[in-house]
Design a protein around this ligand. Structure first.
Ligand SMILES: [Zn+2]
Ligand SMILES: [Zn+2]
Length: 457
């Protein structure tokens, strides 16, 4: 079966491999996705149909009253045994303590875990079920992020955020009645996570042009259509229109599935996510309260859009770029990593030792290709990156932050994040492109000034 994004129904592509025009076979282990009003009432049938008899349900102090309590009753009425555990801490921190607590309260007679919640609950249930050789379902309570279908489980271990290999849920359930009642900042975070696909897809194109990185036009289109559909309905979000909420949730689940299809997060995560990861790490080190993933991604998207627009307005100076590459001082770079990454610096330095992203020879090779394909690069940016005004409008209409300073990220941290966020992963994005062109430092300072001035009004 060929994947047809125009007449796309995700249900046709679950749990079996299909050939794609990109030349690869795509596959996801997710078997069932139900996003509908009243989906909660379909859960007992699904549990039975998939051969389970006893559910261990995990929720927290927000999601228990919002959904888990009723879901527990629905299961019991349908004669499905259910042991329910509500994590008492608020906020829930996905660390060794909470994981240990879940293990203590686990009912070993159960044969399925159902997580009722979003990011953190999903990550912990994903990890726990994988470690125990069990399956899990995620019953989403807010359309707030796109990690429902991901394989990795980011947890906090030794005060560092580490993404552990785990597995996808066997089923993803989103009851639109419940999703629509989620706090507006969580819905806005989901919208922002989808908005981030503008810059992330452009980053993917950049790497395809410059590095010949694998690119699947069908999956790209699938994500782009989900984004476009959401953009067509954004005006209805505030009134919690069920069809719009369903569209947001579908876009989030679909981008998750797109990651499964490609086998990594390329179709869903670019430099806007790298900046978000950097801020998250800094907040963790500084003991500051965590900010929703999508909220940070929305802000990262605004920064990335501003950078893309700046780049598009510039004349490229390849002579200067080559000179800069030749004068690269690795000791200066390492010092900069120690200053900006603190206790995480050594990991970043080791990654660069194996990958050599900044190695002058590599940079010069890429510069040649960039010079040769400048028109294509410019055209792609122009076609894919929306105006900053549009991004700003969508976010501010939902009262979501746009400017990093609104999150308490100061001007210098904005500049640092633009400069060093690309070092968290070996993935080519706009930020590495700016580095290659010798523009990163200067544009980081300029963009930080821009956001500071905009914040001060
Ligand atoms: Zn493909
Ligand atoms: Zn995301």
């Amino acid at each position: 079966m060929k994947l047809m994004p125009e007449s796309f129904s995700i249900h046709n592509y679950l749990h079996h491999s299909f050939e794609c025009s990109c030349g690869r076979e795509h596959h996801t282990d997710v078997e069932k996705i139900i996003i509908a009003q009243g989906a909660r009432r379909q859960v007992p049938e699904l549990v039975k149909e998939m051969g389970y008899t006893h559910v261990f349900m995990i929720s927290d102090t927000n999601t228990y009253p919002a959904a888990a309590r009723e879901l527990e009753e629905i299961l019991k009425e349908a004669k499905v045994a259910c042991t329910s555990y509500m994590i008492p801490q608020n906020p829930v921190v996905p660390d060794e303590y909470t994981m240990g607590e879940l293990l203590i309260h686990f009912d070993h007679t159960s044969d399925l875990i159902i997580g009722v919640g979003t990011g953190t609950i999903n990550d912990m249930c994903k990890f726990m079920s994988s470690q125990m050789g069990m399956e899990y379902f995620i019953f989403a309570t807010a359309p707030s992020m796109d990690g429902f279908a991901s394989v990795g489980a980011p947890l906090i271990s030794g005060n560092l955020k580490i993404t552990y290999d785990a597995h996808v849920p066997r089923a993803i359930i989103g009851d639109v009645d419940i999703l629509a009642q989620a706090p507006m900042n969580m819905i806005a975070a989901g919208v922002a996570d989808v908005l981030g696909k503008y810059t992330c897809l452009c980053d993917w194109h950049m790497s395809h042009i410059i590095n010949g990185e694998y690119f699947c036009p069908v999956i790209e289109e699938m994500v782009r259509l989900a984004l476009a559909k959401m953009m067509g309905q954004v005006k209805n979000i505030k009134e919690r229109d069920p069809d719009t909420i369903k569209t947001i949730m579908e876009a989030l689940v679909l981008t998750g599935i797109a990651m499964s299809f490609v086998g990594n997060s390329r179709p869903a995560s670019g430099c806007e996510h790298h900046m978000s990861h950097y801020w998250e790490m800094m907040f963790l080190f500084q003991g500051r309260p965590a900010v929703l993933h999508g909220t940070k991604v929305g802000v990262g998207t605004a920064v990335a859009v501003r950078l893309y627009k700046e780049l598009a307005a510039r004349q490229m100076d390849y002579e200067r770029a080559r000179e800069k590459a030749e004068n690269y001082d690795v000791h200066w770079w390492e010092e900069n990593m120690r200053r900006t990454y603190g206790i995480a610096a050594e990991g970043v330095i080791d990654l660069e030792k194996t990958e050599g992203k900044n190695d002058p020879e590599q940079v010069e090779k890429r510069l040649e290709i960039i010079e040769e394909h400048e028109d294509e690069i410019r055209k792609t940016i122009e076609e894919l990156v929306p105006s900053l005004d549009l991004v700003q409008k969508v976010l501010t209409d939902l009262e979501a932050p746009v400017n990093p300073l609104e999150l308490g990220i100061d001007r210098d941290m904005v500049a640092d994040s633009i400069m060093v966020a690309k070092e968290v992963r070996n993935r080519y994005t706009l930020l590495q492109l700016l580095w290659d062109l010798g523009l990163l430092e200067e544009m980081a300072q300029k963009t930080a000034d821009y956001f500071e001035a905009a914040y001060r009004g």
